[in-house]
Design a protein around this ligand. Structure first.
Ligand SMILES: NC(=O)C1=CN([C@@H]2O[C@H](COP(=O)(O)OP(=O)(O)OC[C@H]3O[C@@H](n4cnc5c(N)ncnc54)[C@H](OP(=O)(O)O)[C@@H]3O)[C@@H](O)[C@H]2O)C=CC1
Ligand SMILES: Nc1nc(=O)c2c([nH]1)NC[C@@H]1CN(c3ccc(C(=O)N[C@@H](CCC(=O)O)C(=O)O)cc3)C=[N+]21
Length: 299
């Protein structure tokens, strides 16, 4: 029987841990964890994500601040806001929603967030700590951190002897995912658009992770029988069967056919997506504990 991971349920258990850690920190030190989310422009999908992040932060008991800036915001004004948030002692985590509208440059903004407040894990200091195997000292990008929770719940802490294939090499997901799998002793291949014979590479994977952004690209005959398949892709596609002009979300994995071959698989929606938000809350409480000189909880 194939196990379909219930990402909402796993995310809810992470959120419970965050809530109790938030209460403990506040009662023992008087520090209330604070998260600032910055969004520039009016992209509706980004607004939907950001409002669910702000809502979840409130639910966790955080001070939750959202800064909504207009499309025509200048690079200097955005940089000034980040500098103010860096200096604000009530704020422990800063997330600048990506992508930024043109012509804003995201890289200088990402690198200007203080590493200890970089709950997205995108600062070179955090990426570097992960790359050098320092998993305790930095902050890890939320989506790969969430996918690793699924991996640990399936295989445990030690992935020795297992082959993992990550399709995609972005700084936001593919690279940190590969680094986390490697740190857990898996034998890791990072595949991308230039990889030769991708289906054959994927068939070698005991843990196959897809983060490409191509609807249902991974087919059943790419999956090793009994493998764990983690689908990170979020693709909105037309769904005429639901009515004219309707759309639906699908992942990068052809779910129905791959579920027959895999032993464990994550759905879209309801898989990795909810974990991204939960791990953002986890990173914020970790940052707040560190700021207070306390040992943060483990997730
Ligand atoms: N669930 C969640 O919370 C999140 C979901 N996502 C989703 O995950 C997906 C990937 O996101 P992200 O990493 O930011 O995307 P990017 O567009 O930054 O990266 C996509 C990667 O896929 C590779 N790729 C593209 N086409 C192919 C192909 N035909 N064969 C093999 N590899 C290919 C690219 O290779 P190359 O480098 O050679 O160009 C690149 O490395 C998206 O659908 C995104 O929406 C992302 C973040 C969070
Ligand atoms: N600085 C930054 N950090 C990010 O982590 C970041 C970002 N920018 N920009 C965009 C991507 C995408 N992303 C998602 C978060 C939650 C869901 C999510 O909750 N998905 C639900 C479905 C949501 C729906 O129905 O639309 C699910 O898969 O079940 C998806 C995708 C974070 N990202």
């Amino acid at each position: 029987m194939t196990t379909v991971i219930d990402g909402k349920a796993v995310a809810a258990s992470v959120i419970e841990t965050v809530k109790s850690a938030t209460r403990t920190l506040e009662s023992e030190t008087g520090v209330r964890a604070g998260l600032a989310v910055v969004i520039v422009g009016d992209d509706p999908a980004s607004h939907a994500y950001v409002s669910s992040k702000s809502k979840m932060a409130k639910e966790c008991g955080f001070l939750s601040i959202q800064h909504t800036l207009p499309n025509e915001t200048s690079q200097q004004d955005l940089a000034k806001l980040v500098a103010d948030l860096n200096a604000d002692p009530e704020i422990h985590g800063i997330l600048v929603q990506l992508p930024l509208p043109k012509p804003l440059q995201s890289e200088p903004i990402i690198q200007s967030v203080l590493p200890e407040k970089d709950v997205d894990g995108l600062h070179v200091v955090n990426a570097g700590k992960l790359a050098t195997g320092d998993l305790e000292g930095g902050l890890v990008s939320c989506t790969p951190a969430g996918a690793m929770v699924f991996v640990r719940r399936t295989y445990g802490e030690d992935l020795s002897g297992l082959n993992a294939v990550v399709v995609g090499r972005s700084n936001l997901f593919g690279k940190p995912m590969s680094a986390l799998l490697l740190a857990a002793n898996a034998t890791v291949t990072t595949a991308h658009s230039r990889t030769k014979d991708l289906p054959a590479v994927c068939r070698d994977a005991d843990i196959l992770v897809a983060a490409v952004g191509r609807p249902e690209m991974i087919k059943a005959d790419w999956v090793k029988p009994g493998a764990m398949v983690i689908d990170v892709g979020i693709n909105r596609v037309p769904a005429p069967e639901r009515g004219e002009g309707k759309t639906k979300l699908v992942g990068d994995v052809a779910f129905e056919e791959c579920a027959k071959i895999a032993s464990v698989i994550t759905p879209v929606p309801g898989g990795v997506g909810p974990m991204t938000i939960a791990m953002l809350m986890a990173n914020t409480i970790i940052a707040a504990y560190r700021k207070a000189g306390r040992k943060p909880p483990k997730f």
